[in-house]
Design a protein around this ligand. Structure first.
Ligand code: BGC
Length: 797
């Protein structure tokens, strides 16, 4: 590894330097043979390696090499198990070394702002503290093998609809406290080699050229020492990105971006020392993640780890004396998910599993009296009443029916937000019918929140989320009691979608997404307004029970006793929440500030300590533009979920007296009634002019307008083309097999034609295409020919 990267840049030509800052192909950066500078290989993440051997795509369309499919992040988050996350990260790191991948594109730690976000299955939590701690653990694990992790998607990337053009409009305090804190923790405690900027804009500026995010915060405040890579096709202006602190633009834009950087240096628009700085920072990561060893991979050991990880994450939501199943009870297996499991989501994170356990197979080996299987429903299309009847007839002969239900493939897809929180009505019909004839244990698959009004039909509910390739055995072990469930929810389950705080602002459509609910996301909202939920944040049952006692409040943390008072060994996830009465500024009633998973034998007691840390008492002061600690009395709440507080204490903290807010103007935020915040109130919180939310339909379309916007184009041809594309896209959804390519295309901005075409089309050519779209056919066509010729002529200079 070179000790001085400056000595390398001095040997490079301007073109060579610029060439290192964009991809050679879909998964590699450029190499420079003359100077022995190798290429860097990147591959998705986050819950398994998706290295594509042949053709590349960022939508998971072409299968990757065989790899271990671990539980997805949403699942792992339910384990709240920092060591387990680190162990899985380490295994991922090994698979990366084995496959010669320098950077794994994960973990993803965006906040689950709305349960509708199509990628929630890839993210950890609705809480930044939890997300940050788990992402840091993954990062440490991955990097312990000498390769790099890449935190994504930085920042405020919380919806899939129009994800490449949308502008997240979020007030400074909410941005820092909710959407950036997780990244801060993961950067400081995980020291990732890379961060991926998000597709969206944040308050008017694309993330990949957001100097405040990429430099002022990431580098100057959090001391990040890695590189910033764009999301695939997410770079807007190559020169502005370099100025703002970004390093690698992916995938390849041919030499278009290289030319733009070279021209900017020549014209004086980009200082060459800034370019050198970026190149040296990039080289540091390149050499630090260089793989100089060959390893063998123990896929079986990773499979076992995937099972353990799933076992640590499965949540028992309900149990009325049915579970664990007794060895002699007659069990009917019902539900198509038992035959065709859902164990991961669709899109760029889709792993080609090295092997996949099947529920029906593992059940055969179980110490249970399995009397048969019936699929009960079809995944898509109309309800198959004959299948339901067959299942009911089988269930009649059983003591218990284990009914496998969940979200269908189409419900959780990168690039598309969900429309509702329901599972298919055919599955509910089945549950209700089976519940009439025997006891029901529902086993749920699905990576995000669902409405569960049918919960009353079930005697027990086991939520597996998306368990990865070894989930079948993990679920079986929980059903039989070989494993005592210990997972807890990392997101609140509302009674119905209408209860969600941002129901009126999510997803933002057209230009912006206004985060009008402010700080009040998930339990921060439900707890503040006292809204009933189906299951609260942090909730999960066990086959044993725990007693909390003897809270001691110390200057630097809390201490309490935790005893396993039930019949079997098990693990409890104890949570520390901290709250403060509102005086000068508004607050959630309490926020998660610590957690610990503790395993105890029956009768065993542990003394649990939870230290305070930098995040315990801080709030973001918009007048100081920094985090501060507010003076006053804080409530310390130790509990087994956000709604089951077992121990209470208080502490007085010395800090500053914040400037008093205008409580009248911000009264919605004081009360927490944030589901119908007016534009004026939001503007008062935002502290600036809130930009226009809608497209201007009279303006010509520009590089950053999305293809979907062609419905307003002057050109008849363009209008017809987009209508056909959207028609085909909707047809694929109806068929139950959404075409991710069509989703991507309709959501993407024009500039992505250049950014995603591997150099076939330049930005200049894209501008000419826009002329055609805007009704200037001949001007556009002529320009296109000229741009094409000059682009080709220039070649690699
Ligand atoms: C996704 C990223 C992913 C990248 C490469 C993008 O569409 O947003 O999460 O890492 O593609 O596949």
């Amino acid at each position: 590894m070179p000790s001085n990267y400056g000595s390398i840049t001095t040997q490079m030509t301007l073109v060579e330097k610029a060439s290192l800052l964009s991809g050679e192909d879909f998964w590699h950066s450029r190499k420079i043979d003359r100077l022995n500078i190798p290429a860097m290989a990147l591959a998705d993440g986050p819950h398994g390696l998706r290295k594509q051997a042949s053709e590349g795509d960022h939508l998971g369309l072409v299968k990757g090499v065989a790899a271990t499919c671990f539980p997805t992040s949403a699942t792992m988050a339910n384990s709240w198990d920092v060591e387990m996350c680190e162990a899985v990260g380490k295994a991922l790191g090994k698979e990366a070394v084995y496959n010669e991948v320098n950077i794994i594109l994960g973990p993803g730690l965006n906040i689950k702002r709305s349960p509708l976000c199509g990628r929630n299955f890839e993210y950890y939590s609705e809480d930044p503290y939890q997300a940050g701690k788990l992402a840091a653990a993954y990062t440490r694990g991955i990097q312990s093998e000498g390769v790099g992790a890449c935190l994504k998607h930085f920042a405020a990337n919380n919806q899939e609809y129009l994800r490449m053009t949308n502008d997240s409009i979020v007030d400074d305090r909410t941005l820092h406290e909710i959407y950036l804190t997780g990244f801060e923790i993961a950067v400081k405690e995980g020291k990732p080699k890379a961060v991926m900027s998000s597709y969206n804009k944040v308050n008017g500026t694309y993330s990949h050229e957001h100097k405040y995010l990429l430099r002022d915060l990431l580098v100057d405040t959090w001391r990040f020492e890695g590189m910033v890579v764009s999301d695939w096709g997410g770079s807007n202006d190559a020169v502005e990105s370099v100025k703002a602190g970004a390093h690698l633009e992916m995938p390849s834009t041919g030499y278009d971006s290289v030319h733009q950087i070279v021209d900017a240096v020549k014209s004086g628009n980009l200082d060459e020392t800034v370019l050198d700085e970026r190149v040296e920072e990039y080289l540091k990561v390149l050499y630090e993640t260089e793989i100089n060893r060959k390893i063998e991979l123990d896929f079986e050991a990773h499979h076992k780890l995937a099972q353990k990880a799933a076992e640590a994450s499965i949540i028992l939501l309900k149990n009325e004396d049915v579970l664990p199943l007794k060895p002699d009870c007659k069990v009917a297996i019902v539900g198509d998910f038992a035959d065709t499991p859902r164990y991961q989501g669709a899109g760029s994170s889709m792993v080609n599993p090295y092997k996949l356990d099947s529920t029906l197979e593992v059940m055969k080996q179980a110490n249970l009296d399995i009397i048969g299987y019936a699929s009960g429903y079809d995944r898509v299309g109309k309800c198959a009443h004959d299948k339901c009847e067959e299942a009911v007839n089988l269930a009649k002969k059983a003591d218990v029916a284990v009914v496998y239900i969940g979200l269908n493939e189409i419900d959780e897809v990168e690039g598309q937000d969900r429309q509702h929180l329901k599972i298919s009505s055919c599955q509910i019909e089945l549950l209700e019918a089976v519940a009439k004839v025997t006891k029901v244990v529902a086993v749920i698959s699905g990576g995000s929140v669902i409405e569960m009004p049918w919960e009353t039909q079930c005697d027990a509910i086991v939520h597996g989320y998306l368990t990865g390739q070894a989930g079948a055995n993990a679920i079986l072990n929980v059903l039989t009691g070989a494993v005592n469930p210990s997972g807890k929810l990392s997101e609140s389950y509302p009674l119905k979608y209408e209860d969600v705080p941002n129901i009126n602002y999510y997803p933002g459509n057209e230009r912006t997404s206004e985060y009008r609910e402010g700080l009040y996301v998930g339990y921060r909202y439900y707890d503040k307004v006292g809204q009933d939920v189906r299951y609260p944040f942090g909730y999960g049952l066990s086959y044993t029970s725990f007693e909390y006692s003897d809270l001691v409040v110390m200057q630097d943390g809390v201490r309490f006793s935790l005893k396993n008072i039930g019949p079997v060994a098990g693990a409890e996830i104890a949570q520390l929440y901290i709250g403060k009465d509102q005086n000068l500024i508004h607050h959630p009633s309490k926020e998660l500030k610590g957690f610990k998973k503790i395993f105890l034998m029956p009768g065993e007691t542990a003394i649990v300590e939870m230290p305070f840390d930098d995040y315990s008492f801080r709030y973001y002061d918009v007048n100081e533009n920094s985090f501060q600690i507010e003076n006053g009395l804080y409530q310390l709440l130790v509990g087994s979920s956000s709604r089951e507080i077992k121990l209470k204490g208080e502490i007085k903290i010395d800090g500053k007296t914040p400037e008093k807010e205008d409580q009248q103007k911000l009264s919605d935020y004081y009360k927490g009634t944030v589901s119908a915040v007016s534009f004026d109130t939001f503007q008062a919180l935002y502290g600036d002019v809130v930009p226009k939310a809608t497209w201007d339909r009279t303006e010509p379309l520009g590089l950053n307008d999305s293809l979907a916007q062609m419905v307003y184009a002057k050109s008849f041809l363009a209008r017809t083309a987009i209508k056909i594309l959207i028609g085909l896209r909707n047809k694929s959804v109806k068929k139950g097999n959404p075409d991710l390519n069509l989703f991507f295309l309709s959501n993407m901005p024009f500039r992505a034609i250049a950014k995603m075409s591997n150099g076939a089309v330049s930005i200049a050519m894209t501008k000419n295409i826009l002329d055609i779209v805007n009704g200037h056919f001949f001007k556009g066509l002529g320009g296109l020919v000229r741009s094409f010729i000059s682009y080709r002529k220039r070649g690699l200079n």
